[in-house]
Design a protein around this ligand. Structure first.
Ligand SMILES: [Zn+2]
Length: 247
């Protein structure tokens, strides 16, 4: 009873649920002999750039049943967050916070943060146009998992995500084992925080090892060109970036 109530109160951000899941693995799946563990380099790569790591390299769902790997991943995420929290970034974040307070977000240019991941294979496919004529938005599927082969889309040649300058209903598939929770999704010209173009927030829900997320993002006023799509889980971690071309 207490648990369910606590989780309901956790609606805004599933951090508690995710932490509980980690605690469960830590407690119930000791693996002192490291049987079946991916190598340290793989775990590090997974935390740095989840999309670059194949599910097979992680030995499938191993990390969800291995206390040792879970402990390593927690520490690696902490390290990554510490590395990203340089004074410059903290200053930038405080500037952004002030912008929010000032209501500059009134136009489409809100701000956001993300997880960072460079040099990644991007893929996107338009799945449908909304039938509602009153809502001139476009639905787009953006698959950040790198799981292109099983989806039958083009091969894994790296190319940026293509998005139209429209009001978008974005359906994002996040990289494997991304933690549940509330995410900020944003568009920026580069990683400097003064170049943010648009942002939105949404709560991600798990679908097997995948995490999916819906957000609406208005890119009507965005000029064609190259941008970065950022994803950041609220409350922890540094942003991840994916190249985007607006056309
Ligand atoms: Zn392991």
């Amino acid at each position: 009873m207490n648990n369910s109530r606590t989780f309901q109160e956790d609606d805004e951000n599933d951090t508690l649920l995710f932490t509980k899941a980690e605690e469960y693995v830590l407690k119930n799946h000791p693996n002192p002999d490291r049987i079946g563990c991916p190598g340290p380099a793989t775990l590090r790569a997974f935390v740095e750039a989840p999309r670059n790591v194949e599910l097979a390299e992680l030995n499938g769902l191993h990390i969800m049943r291995c206390a040792e790997c879970t402990r390593d991943l927690i520490e690696l995420r902490r390290q990554r967050t510490r590395d990203m929290q340089s004074p410059r970034i903290r200053l930038a974040r405080s500037i952004i916070w002030n912008w929010k307070l000032a209501g500059i977000a009134a136009c489409l240019s809100l701000i956001a943060f993300t997880w960072s991941a460079l040099h990644q294979r991007e893929r996107t496919e338009e799945v449908a146009r909304l039938s509602s004529a009153s809502n001139n938005s476009v639905s787009m599927l953006v698959d950040l998992s790198g799981d292109g082969v099983s989806r039958g889309t083009e091969a894994s040649a790296p190319h940026p995500i293509l998005l139209p300058s429209r009001l978008l209903n974005l359906h994002l598939i996040l990289p494997y084992y991304s933690p549940s929770g509330t995410y900020r999704i944003f568009l920026t010209r580069d990683k400097s925080t003064s170049s943010l173009v648009a942002s939105a927030e949404g709560t991600a829900t798990a679908d097997g090892p995948h995490l999916e997320l819906h957000v609406e993002m208005n890119l009507n006023q965005v000029q064609a060109g190259n941008y970065l799509l950022g994803t950041q889980r609220l409350g922890d971690g540094a942003p991840y970036y994916y190249p985007v071309t607006i056309n």
